[in-house]
Design a protein around this ligand. Structure first.
Ligand SMILES: Cc1cc2nc3c(=O)[nH]c(=O)nc-3n(C[C@H](O)[C@H](O)[C@H](O)COP(=O)(O)OP(=O)(O)OC[C@H]3O[C@@H](n4cnc5c(N)ncnc54)[C@H](O)[C@@H]3O)c2cc1C
Length: 382
């Protein structure tokens, strides 16, 4: 496959699109305003949890999440091979804990439909629960165990993916600063940046995460993507002491190989502000000992925040623009961009090549927010 693809945004989504497109033979350039993986992707807890994240019922978003989880082992192996680095993919299983009797009913309902999709979920009682997760508070008596879910160490994943992209021949223009100009012509695309000059290509793929809404005017369609800040922290924790992802209605915990227990995360609206507030972290710290008594006298050693790209309907935007066919959008992955990276990369290349995408993409059409689908846009017709 030939053709030059310019990808705007070097988070997990832009890099996964680049990795997949380069494998198909495209000449790929990633243009990143700052450091690759320096925004939401490097801040994420790294959970790969399609069942936990979709408690209500099967829909196209669940199908995309599940497909992506199942693509992970091969995708991770390809990145590790291309980069020579480890990304710490662990199928730890997850435990959604019931903190009272009222929490059991929704977990039972979830289990019923999710087992039809291969979850192999089990409602486990007190003694089995202690075997699965010995550090849990003694008054937690029931949890939904899903063995298939797991996690990655997101900072290691994005670093490895960046390196794998470079080794596949992807050019990465980091610290490019603001995009100051998008020219979307009949013959190609041209992207002017503040600090890294101008880039040209045949197709532009917009993967700018929480910043995607800023391109509404240039791209000529409503892009209701908005930043939702996630504040998150990590405790020191000997590796192996906490084994699963543990999820409660107020917080989640996932232990990493580097001797930390990551606990997340707030969901607050603060524009593009990535600062950490006392209040945002205090809620997580307060909640910890109720689930893990060993956290009672521990203080987090790291606190950080990132901006999730939220959308109006909670689903990402993945598709080619009908009125600007040289533009593909892959953005708005909200709480699940790490999980959705393999499937999104494959979906983007399917849009570039005309091949069949990993799941039908109709539900993710970026044009779904506009009543007028055929927008006349100066200079955009191919
Ligand atoms: C606290 C927290 C915990 C999370 N936990 C999980 C989890 O456990 N599992 C999971 O699957 N997901 C999780 N997520 C969500 C996940 O991090 C996001 O969905 C994902 O990182 C989105 O990836 P992205 O590449 O679209 O965005 P980003 O990583 O934000 O990348 C977008 C990039 O675009 C760049 N950019 C913006 N504008 C421009 C421009 N004009 N020109 C060039 N570059 C530009 C930015 O600098 C940025 O690097 C979490 C998020 C947070 C904040």
């Amino acid at each position: 496959m030939s053709g030059r693809v310019v990808i705007l945004g070097g988070g997990i989504i832009g890099l996964s699109a680049a990795f997949a497109a380069a494998a198909k033979g495209f000449g790929v350039t990633v243009v990143e305003a700052g450091r690759p993986g320096g925004q939401a992707s490097g801040a994420a807890a790294g959970m790969l949890a399609p069942y936990t994240e979709n408690p209500d019922g099967p829909d196209p978003f669940f199908a995309l999440c599940l497909k992506s989880l199942r693509m992970y082992p091969d995708w991770a192996a390809a990145i590790e091979e291309a980069s020579g680095r480890k990304i710490e993919l662990r199928r730890s299983g997850s435990l959604a804990v019931a903190l009272g009797e009222a929490d059991v009913l929704p977990l039972t309902a979830r289990m019923a439909w999710q087992n039809r999709y291969g979850a192999r979920a089990e409602l486990v009682g007190s003694s089995e629960l202690r075997q699965l997760e010995p550090q849990l508070a003694p008054d937690i008596e029931t949890a939904l165990y899903i063995p298939e879910e797991g996690h990655v160490y997101a900072p290691a994943l994005v670093e490895a993916l960046e390196s794998a992209c470079r080794r596949r021949g992807v050019a990465i223009a980091a610290e490019a600063g603001r995009t100051v100009r998008l020219n979307l012509g009949a013959d190609g695309v041209e992207i002017g940046t503040e600090r890294a000059g101008t880039f040209t290509g045949d197709v532009l793929v917009v993967c700018t995460g929480a910043w995607t809404g800023l391109f509404e005017r240039e791209l000529g369609l409503p892009l209701p993507v908005h930043p939702i800040r996630g504040q998150i922290c990590a405790y020191p924790m000997p590796a192996g002491l906490i084994r699963r992802i543990v999820v409660s209605p107020q917080a989640y915990w996932t232990a990493k190989n580097n001797g930390t227990l990551v606990c997340g995360a707030s969901e607050d609206v603060a524009g593009f502000d990535t600062s950490v507030t006392e209040r945002g972290i205090a809620r997580l710290v307060r909640w910890g000992p109720k689930v893990f008594p060993i956290l009672k006298d521990l203080e987090p050693v790291h606190r950080w925040a990132g901006l999730r790209p939220g959308t109006l309907d909670g689903r990402p935007l993945i598709g080619r623009l009908g009125h600007a066919p040289r533009v593909v959008i892959a953005a708005g992955h909200y709480r699940n961009g790490i999980l959705l990276a393999p499937a999104t990369g494959a979906a983007v290349t399917a849009l570039l090549t005309g091949e069949v995408p990993p799941v039908p993409l109709d539900a993710f059409d970026p044009l779904r927010f506009t009543a007028v689908r055929q927008i006349e846009f100066e200079g955009m017709r191919a």
